[in-house]
Design a protein around this ligand. Structure first.
Ligand SMILES: Nc1ncnc2c1ncn2[C@@H]1O[C@H](COP(=O)(O)OP(=O)(O)OP(=O)(O)O)[C@@H](O)[C@H]1O
Length: 236
């Protein structure tokens, strides 16, 4: 569905993303993990062709048969501050055309989010609006950058379940960027691990759970609270 060949980002002489190649398949959830600043959001922006001004983008991003990509960005700043959320969602749905009707069940907004402006949303409400908007924007590829920060566990679970359903039932290629391995692993088919703008490995949840992965990846797994050793807890 999406083929990435030697994708790289430079700012001045600094390499922020070293040449990276991978594919996103139809019906798959590809998780992306990495420490803060490892280049996850830049990768998402590069896949959308939207890197910050002055950044140099290298390599190729090829969509199969013109598959459209939508990004649920990390920050609500991408929402239009002057239009009601409902109006922005309706616009996205119109562009999706006939296929929009099957998306009604995903990322329910609740409350009166659609009747509010961006500045009237809480962090969690904004997140839900961003997810719903991206879901209406593309029928082929959806990229979700930290879809659940600011959400309570129940809302986060619903979002992850909907991302999995979009891949499984609607056959989208779904890429999910997350710090939260515990939420990501149950829905991911494969996991791309980034460190300092470089790919450490492309692995699977089964390999991560079994410890059959790079030592850097394994550290994310052992950092989950359920794996804390008693002495580490005692120090904390
Ligand atoms: N607009 C920008 N101008 C300059 N540097 C930037 C810009 N955006 C990102 N960077 C730099 O690129 C690197 C990767 O940033 P990125 O936002 O992709 O990290 P991330 O992995 O998404 O982090 P986090 O998990 O904290 O969101 C960082 O060193 C960051 O400082």
């Amino acid at each position: 569905m999406l083929t990435v060949e030697g994708l790289s980002i430079q700012s001045d002489a600094v390499s922020l993303l070293s040449p990276l190649s991978f594919s996103l398949k139809q019906g798959e959830v590809l998780g992306v993990i990495g420490a803060s600043g490892s280049g996850k959001s830049l990768l998402a922006q590069a896949l959308m062709g939207q890197v910050p001004p002055g950044f140099k983008l290298g390599g190729k991003v090829i969509s199969q048969q013109g598959a459209r990509r939508a990004l649920a960005a990390q920050s609500a700043s991408v929402l239009d501050p002057l239009r009601l959320i409902g109006s922005q969602l309706r616009y996205a749905a119109q562009r999706l055309g006939k296929r929009a009707s099957t998306r009604r069940h995903y990322f329910k907004l609740g409350g009166n989010i659609t009747e509010r402006y961006r500045h009237q949303l809480s962090g969690g409400m904004a997140k839900r609006a961003l997810m719903a908007q991206a879901c209406w924007q593309s029928s082929e590829i959806m990229i979700a950058d930290e879809p659940c920060c600011g959400l309570d566990v129940e809302a986060a679970l619903a979002i992850y379940q909907h991302l999995a359903m979009l891949a499984r039932d609607e056959q989208l290629g779904v890429m999910v960027i997350s710090h939260n391995l515990r939420q990501l692993l149950p829905i991911a088919d494969r996991v791309l691990v980034l460190r300092d703008g470089r790919a450490v490995e492309m692995t699977t949840p089964a390999h991560i759970r079994a410890g059959a992965c790079d030592e850097y990846t394994h550290r994310f797994w052992t950092a989950l609270p359920e794996h804390w050793e008693s002495e580490r807890v005692a120090v904390a």
